[in-house]
Design a protein around this ligand. Sequence first.
Ligand SMILES: Cc1cc2nc3c(=O)[nH]c(=O)nc-3n(C[C@H](O)[C@H](O)[C@H](O)COP(=O)(O)OP(=O)(O)OC[C@H]3O[C@@H](n4cnc5c(N)ncnc54)[C@H](O)[C@@H]3O)c2cc1C
Length: 477
Amino acid sequence: MARVAIVGGGISGLAIGWELVSLGLPHEDLVVFEADAQAGGNMKTERTGSFVLETGPNGFLDNSPPTLDLVHRLGIEDRLLVSNESSAIRYLFCRGKLRKLPTGPGGMLFSGMLSLRGRLRVFMEPFVKKGGFKEESAFDFAARRIGKDAAATLVDAMVSGVFAGNARELELSAAFPKMAAMESEYGGLVRAMIGLAKKRKREAVGKVASSGEAGPAGPGGTLTSFKDGFDELSNELACRLGPSLKTGVRIMALEKRAPHGYRIIDERGETCFADAVILAGPALASSEIVDRLDPELSSVLGTIPTAAVTVVATAYKLKDVGRQPHGFGFLVPRGHGVRILGCLWTSSIWDGRAPDDHVLLRTMVGGAHDPAAIEIDDRGLMALVAEDLKKTMGLTAKPEEHWIFRHKKGIAQYTPGHTRRLERIEELLADHAGVFVSGSSYGGISVNHCIAQAPEIAGKVMRTIDSTANPAGDKPS
Ligand SMILES: Cc1cc2nc3c(=O)[nH]c(=O)nc-3n(C[C@H](O)[C@H](O)[C@H](O)COP(=O)(O)OP(=O)(O)OC[C@H]3O[C@@H](n4cnc5c(N)ncnc54)[C@H](O)[C@@H]3O)c2cc1C
């Protein structure tokens, strides 16, 4: 009998497993079940010839500690790869062309991204009173503070870039809690930017200042990955878990077992027992697993949806394109005559992802606005990508090679009511001591967020199994 079972070997499950081992849980007391043949979940890299292709996440931001801390604790900091400086330059495709995102609020005044009226409305933001309501959407919040034009252009694109989501269907306080706090704590976005800049200046006395907050040009921090691809991280964790990791095992159900603990049943009908179980897969998958244990918990978990998204990587001969694009890439707000969500200029962002004489691009298609896109066949997808890259970048070259990665259960969507649902999940879990949920379906979708949850969950798990082993709270003799 394993004392702890983790269901899901994505970055969330792997990080929790590693934390548990670091806290002293012996390997034989831990099992991590992963349905796929390979661990990592969304975090997978394909290497073909001299191309390094991320099927899912592209990197993490170094201005938030969790991933970097983990990297240091694993001792693999020499493997880190920092994005090139030019990737600070980002574009939006709107009003018929690619437009550079301004690096400060002042630049917005001269940017053609918004109509004159829209730009002037953005500058009224400091005079907008606090308002809103509990489950306000990201779009409604932005429309209230910076106007509908900016909400439909800037915020729509940001939401596509982070969640592949629909700004009207994401709860601001769940999806973008920092932005919600900018209003609740500082009274508004501009006031918050000034306040935070002052705070950083104070904190920077005696040390190098960090760019911790998002500015108009994109998120703060530097996008960081690994020399041989992002899955160096998940592979390293998988390696450290050794025999505790069982791949190719899909868990179907969880039941209570008398007098304590849980019975975990896989798709072959095989059973394992554990005192603590962490459900670290997408909420929809966990919903099915807990159906027999607690139908209400199952139904609440089942209401956290995901948006399907497809990644299309295309490689061109440099001579066919003319030159490497300079910058990070671009996002496309809806309503500008282009179906793709955006395109990252991979060979410009990173060294070593493509041979020097090639241009490698990564185009995102689908998301919450366009669920039907996941069904487009390869031919249709390549035609769509070619048409939209021509419209946006003026790219007419034919790709020498292409790769398509479909994520049917791509990115969790924190729809209005998400915070309320999380509270209910916590209440219901209180009846099932030793059962935990973790992962991108709950408190943040970035890799940083997933890794950040691990130490807290691991601590709770260790306390649970200590109390099971020693119910009277006696000190071991
Ligand atoms: C296309 C794309 C691009 C992204 N880009 C970025 C980015 O650049 N930066 C960033 O920070 N984040 C990005 N993200 C988000 C980030 O990748 C994810 O939020 C994160 O990887 C989720 O990790 P996870 O472990 O919580 O879930 P997952 O990666 O979904 O892993 C869950 C695992 O559970 C397994 N599982 C499910 N059900 C069962 C079962 N019944 N039994 C056993 N195993 C099961 C699955 O097979 C899977 O391996 C991106 C996501 C996508 C899809």
